[in-house]
Design a protein around this ligand. Structure first.
Ligand code: SAM
Length: 251
């Protein structure tokens, strides 16, 4: 069953109309707004047979709260939601080339959105997030992901350690990304069934997650601490670097 979600902002709404009009149920535009891009959205929505209404600003805020809406929001029938029972079929369908991103406790919706965008661009199989202690896919994540939140399977799991063991049973090798690891990302083979586990902004990989990885690897930072006082990369940057090393190796 699909879920109704609101998306906000000029780029997000126009992209949804352009790429996925069938799932856009309704567009609300701020009454009296003069921005020509809003008029373009109105025209595109009407052309795609989507209901469009001009409404007061507080009606827009009523549906998306504090999210920056730039005068336009859309009610979107989001893509299918996934659950952990579907992981096995996804891994099997990848035919020995599953590429899974595990995000252990990412809190910032912009970071999760950026990770999903990179994962979709890398043609990853799925992204796994814990149901607890992690931001879930919400309107901000959807907006930041530029549509990826609805194109890549995002699987919230109740027990991340158990999901990792299930993946290992399916023949998936799990690499944990940790700045203090001995081995370098560039020394490992990422061509088979692999999962890449990254930690949240403040705490990194939790102990149990770390213990369930087959190997920990680092992204070498030549400047490191000495150069700019930087101890680690942002989780979305680290995800992008790691996913695209896998893409490079897979040719
Ligand atoms: C902002 S960092 C977390 C920093 C956190 N204070 C810690 O102690 O790990 C978020 C995640 O990005 C990944 N990461 C960041 N820099 C990395 C590096 N140089 N090598 C490997 N992973 C890195 C790790 O998975 C980390 O948990």
């Amino acid at each position: 069953m699909s879920q109704k979600q609101w998306i906000a902002g000029i780029n997000a709404v126009s992209a949804s109309i352009e790429h996925d009009a069938a799932n856009v149920r309704e567009v609300l535009i701020e009454a009296g707004a003069k921005n020509p891009r809003l008029t373009e959205i109105e025209t595109a929505a009407r052309r795609a047979d989507i209901d469009v209404r001009r409404v007061a600003t507080n009606a827009l805020e009523g549906v998306v709260g504090n999210l920056r809406h730039q005068g336009v929001v859309a009610r979107y029938a989001a893509a299918k939601t996934w659950n952990e029972n579907e992981l096995e079929a996804l891994v099997e369908a990848a035919q020995g080339k599953a590429l899974i991103l595990i995000l252990d406790g990412v809190q910032d919706p912009h970071n999760l959105g950026a990770c999903l965008r990179s994962a979709a661009a890398a043609n990853a199989t799925a992204v796994i997030i814990p149901k607890d202690k992690s931001v879930q896919v919400n309107a901000t994540v959807r907006k930041t992901s530029a549509g990826a939140a609805d194109s890549i399977p995002v699987i919230p799991v109740t027990n991340l350690a158990r999901a990792m063991r299930d993946l290992q049973q399916l023949g998936v090798w799990i690499y944990g990304l940790a700045g203090e690891a001995e081995a370098s990302l560039y020394s490992i083979d990422l061509r088979g069934n692999v999962a890449l586990a990254l930690g949240g902004e403040a705490d990194g990989l939790r102990r149990l997650t770390r213990e369930n990885c087959d190997q920990l690897v680092k992204i070498p930072m030549p400047g490191g601490n000495a150069a700019g006082g930087v101890e680690s990369l942002n989780v979305s940057v680290a995800s992008g670097v790691t996913l695209f090393e896998a893409v490079r190796q897979r040719g």
